[in-house]
Design a protein around this ligand. Structure first.
Ligand SMILES: [Zn+2]
Length: 141
């Protein structure tokens, strides 16, 4: 059995398929004009082709999961080239722009009674801790 090259998208399919698994092209088996040997895979047993694809998919899944976990667990401040862990796993505030920082400072400056509660916000605490924002009035020198 040979692999089938799809005449529409040019991708290779297992010889057992009726239509291209990539684009849905229906193979015409009566003419057999679209059947071509794939030099890259003709000597590789079928089960190995399947294994490689599966392994690649698993790698991508793991890579995506790591990336997702990274975005869930870190704050990224591009303007300061800073990355620091989040308080909890969350999608919020993954990227903290200078605008976000300015808004937070402005909110803090305009607040009076709420200042204490803003100080308790995990993001505010973290930014304070990292020196991204600081309270000038509390500076000792
Ligand atoms: Zn195709």
């Amino acid at each position: 059995m040979e692999d089938l090259k799809c005449p529409l998208c040019g991708k290779w399919n297992s010889a057992t398929v009726q239509e291209c698994t990539h684009c849905g092209w229906m193979f015409n088996f009566s003419g057999q004009t679209s059947v071509e040997k794939n030099p890259a895979t003709e000597n590789i047993p079928k089960y190995r082709i399947g294994t490689i694809t599966k392994r690649t998919r698993i790698r991508w899944a793991i890579f995506s999961a790591i990336l997702l976990l990274f975005f869930l667990s870190f704050h990224i401040v591009p303007s300061r080239l800073m990355i620091f862990p989040k308080e909890n796993l969350s999608f919020s505030n993954t990227f903290i722009t200078q605008k976000d920082i300015n808004e937070l400072i402005e909110r803090y400056n305009n607040a009076f009674f709420e200042r204490f509660s803003i100080q308790q916000e995990p993001l505010f605490k973290k930014l304070m801790e990292k020196g991204v924002i600081y309270d000038k009035s509390k500076k000792t020198d």
